[in-house]
Design a protein around this ligand. Structure first.
Ligand code: GLA
Length: 484
């Protein structure tokens, strides 16, 4: 009997029990709104066991003061919004719309029987460097402001929190600012009712890192932190120790050098102790400096080797995660390299040792200089990942020279390509392509409506009356629809 290949593949897809996580995509909540919660952290509801994610809410056109939003989920993939857990209050000293309310983390206190939200509290100039505390009886809030304090008299900037699953103790993690007297990262123990930091457990002296998170395995603690490049991504590092008190290892990169941790900054991590497997997730921020509210969440599985103490954040365009069993597996797609694409206008294939078949498509520009792929579709919305190189550090057009890898360099953080499906120019899809190091190829996913059978996918530069450059394109990968 001849069974159509499509039928076999779909049958396999339905066996998968988890939910798909698509790092760097434009995530939407169950109401279809943008998932707007950055530098966040998870907390589990004591009653329902449901996950709650708290993060900075970035209002369009506004940098600070959006408050803290909260979403809940049973599978870490489908998110229901519960609005703002901490609302900015006009005229308030610490939670006004002008205040810095960053990097919130929520921990449940068995003693107070309340949820305690901690964050980096500051004025808009980052001159106070305090830790904010607000509490609530219910996990989703609303949270009531309690205090903004200096931990043990020290400064506190980027904030993280960690609870040791063996001892139950919770710790505050914080960098103590950029001044010469600061530039350390602290791991400090909270008191038993989680109302203050009571002792310093370890100080990463003069490491000058930020955005700290700690994850714990049977044997080890790994502290992940980023270098200090503001909203621009860099190569995140990890350090390993047997005990929180140290000694800690030398820092090492958690992802391939020059990928800038897949254009992300660290901030949170999570241990899923499933029925079959323990899985750790890296939960980073892919900032968009030009429009913070459009920044993306990048959550990726972590691979740990206890023998040599190494840890890797591994990129997958899409992976399937089962939070009950702890198992995850990458989703496979069909690759179409640019060599197979049809080039138009000034777009051309340029020799590139790092590209597929030794070439990469470049000169993609406006709506005339394009590359078109013919791909198979299933008649549904399907994820397509676009693998690009964007070396805007070279600067172009009326844009300032970028030079991110030079002292005092500025940086073009993204290019925008327009993606047209089956010639439907009334519905142009916008693809943000983050800046990459030269010779590094990274990908960004888009959910696109494909017909059953043959489709065309045309990639040009952003075109809105003015032509813009799209990034260089190496390949696209088309994924089958997620089984529901
Ligand atoms: C870094 C910090 C963020 C934020 C920005 C502001 O990225 O980690 O929390 O303060 O700088 O530039």
């Amino acid at each position: 009997m001849i069974v159509p290949i499509v039928a076999i593949v779909l049958a396999v897809a339905t066996l998968v029990s988890g939910k798909w996580i698509v790092p760097g995509a434009r995530w939407r909540d169950t109401n279809g709104n943008i998932f707007n919660a950055h530098t966040g952290g998870l907390c589990v509801d004591q009653d329902s066991g449901r996950f709650y994610w708290f993060g900075e809410h970035k209002a369009e056109g506004q940098v600070e003061g959006g408050g803290i939003s909260v979403y809940s989920s049973d599978d870490l993939a489908t998110w229901t919004s519960h609005g703002l857990a901490l609302k900015p209050v006009k005229g308030h000293e610490w939670i006004s719309p002008d205040s810095v309310i960053q990097r919130p983390k929520v921990i449940y206190s068995k003693e107070t029987k309340k949820y305690h939200m901690w964050w980096h509290a500051d004025d808009s100039k980052y001159s106070k460097l305090l830790q904010g505390l607000a509490t609530a009886d219910n996990i989703a809030g609303p949270y009531t402001f309690q205090s903004a304090t200096s931990p043990l008299g020290n400064w506190s900037q980027d904030f993280g929190a960690f609870t040791d699953y063996k001892t139950g103790h919770s710790y505050a993690l914080y960098s103590n600012g950029d001044r010469v007297e600061g530039r350390d990262v602290y791991v400090s123990k909270f008191n038993s009712n989680l109302t203050a930091v009571e002792e310093v457990t370890f100080r990463f002296n003069k490491y000058d890192f930020e955005a700290p998170t700690i994850l714990q395995t049977e044997k080890s603690y790994f502290a992940l932190m980023s270098h200090k490049t503001g909203y621009r991504p860099n190569n995140v590092v990890a350090m390993r120790a047997d005990k929180l008190e140290g000694p800690w290892s030398q820092p090492f990169f958690v992802s391939p050098a020059y990928t800038r941790t897949f254009s992300t900054q660290s901030g949170f991590s999570w241990r899923i102790e499933g029925t079959k497997k323990t899985t750790h997730l890296y939960m980073g921020d892919q900032w968009d400096m030009r429009s913070l509210w459009e920044s993306r969440n990048v959550w990726l599985p972590i691979e740990i080797n206890e023998r040599d103490g190494s840890l890797k954040v591994v990129w997958h365009d899409i992976y399937d995660l089962d939070v009950k069993t702890g198992e995850w597996s990458p989703i496979k797609g069909k690759t179409y390299t640019s060599k197979r694409g049809k080039l138009a206008g000034d777009a051309f294939l340029q020799e590139a040792t790092f590209g597929s078949h030794n070439v990469i498509a470049t000169g993609i520009y406006g709506n005339q200089s394009t590359i078109t792929f013919e791909v198979d579709g299933q008649g549904e919305d399907q994820w397509i990942s676009f693998y690009h190189q964007n070396i805007d550090d070279m600067g172009y057009g009326d844009q300032p020279m970028g030079q991110p890898d030079r002292i005092n360099g500025t940086w073009q953080l993204r290019r925008i390509s327009s993606v047209v499906v089956n010639g439907d120019t009334d519905n142009v899809h916008t693809l943000y392509q983050k800046d990459t190091h030269k010779g590094i190829i990274l990908s960004t996913p888009l959910l696109l409506p494909l017909k059953r059978g043959r489709n065309t996918i045309t990639i040009g530069g952003l075109y809105n009356g003015v032509d813009y450059k799209g990034a260089d394109l190496d390949r696209i990968v088309v994924y089958l629809p997620e089984a529901r």
